[in-house]
Design a protein around this ligand. Structure first.
Ligand SMILES: Nc1nc2c(ncn2[C@@H]2O[C@H](COP(=O)(O)OP(=O)(O)OP(=O)(O)O)[C@@H](O)[C@H]2O)c(=O)[nH]1
Ligand SMILES: [Mg+2]
Length: 212
């Protein structure tokens, strides 16, 4: 991963050292707040650790609700902090979810129309489980983001779970896939919300999005 300077890391720390709040859950596009500031969104398969990562970034234990049951997050959940030039969007997971088929279909549509149509969406972080690597559903989303020319970057989650050698294999395989996708940022970000690994780095990446 890119080495950040102390000043860049500090910019990341300051961005997230605010009282982040849950604003609302959106079940349809018309529920979204106005596109008045830069947005980043966290996408990924059910249970990959999206909500946990938002909690780790904001330093809050339960800002975004997490769960052992895949499909916990069923709305586009909006987080803002006073004066922050950034809005965070926690997305429902795609792929496997313990929810009725109809519900899954509804939120899949919602995810897709949000990802394709949001003008202030600066970058989507597509989370991939460090134990499993990319699955077909991830590649489908990557293809769609390429097609919609939405900038995205892969974040490997739960890096504390696999053995180092297994994690290395997942990283290599993911890197190969990323290199085939036009809109994907070439650098992977390796994180563990549990151990807080890679969190300072991700904060700095996000802070840089606001100045470039
Ligand atoms: N070991 C470990 N477990 C994690 C990590 N991040 C998340 N988890 C666990 O993975 C499970 C799912 O985490 P969530 O953050 O709810 O996942 P999600 O992607 O928001 O899931 P949905 O909202 O259902 O799509 C929870 O039991 C978390 O405690 C991590 O870095 N390490
Ligand atoms: Mg969630």
């Amino acid at each position: 991963m890119t080495e950040f300077s102390p000043a860049e890391l500090e910019a990341g720390r300051l961005l997230f050292a605010r009282p982040w709040d849950f604003i609302k859950g959106c079940v349809r596009i018309s529920d979204l707040p106005p596109a008045d500031r830069t947005e980043i969104a966290f996408a990924g398969r059910s249970n990959v650790g999206k909500s946990s990562l938002i909690n780790a970034l904001t330093g809050r234990v339960n800002l975004a609700r997490t769960s052992n049951t895949p499909g916990r997050t069923q709305e586009l959940n909006i987080f803002e902090a006073n004066d922050a030039p950034l809005r965070i969007v926690d997305m429902p997971g795609y792929g496997f979810a313990k929810a009725p088929k109809k519900t899954v279909e509804t939120w899949t549509k919602l995810i897709h129309s949000y990802l394709k149509g949001r003008p202030n969406l600066r970058r989507v972080f597509v989370l991939i489980d460090g134990r499993h690597g990319p699955k077909p559903a991830d590649e489908t989303v990557m293809n769609e983001l390429d097609g919609a020319a939405v900038s995205y970057q892969i974040v490997i989650t739960k890096s504390d779970k696999p053995k180092a050698s297994e994690l290395e294999k997942v990283i290599e395989r993911t890197q190969k896939i990323v290199s085939k996708h036009g809109a994907a940022h070439p650098e992977l970000i390796i994180t563990s919300s549990e151990k807080k690994d890679g969190i300072d780095h991700l904060r700095a990446v996000i802070a840089q999005l606001l100045v470039t």
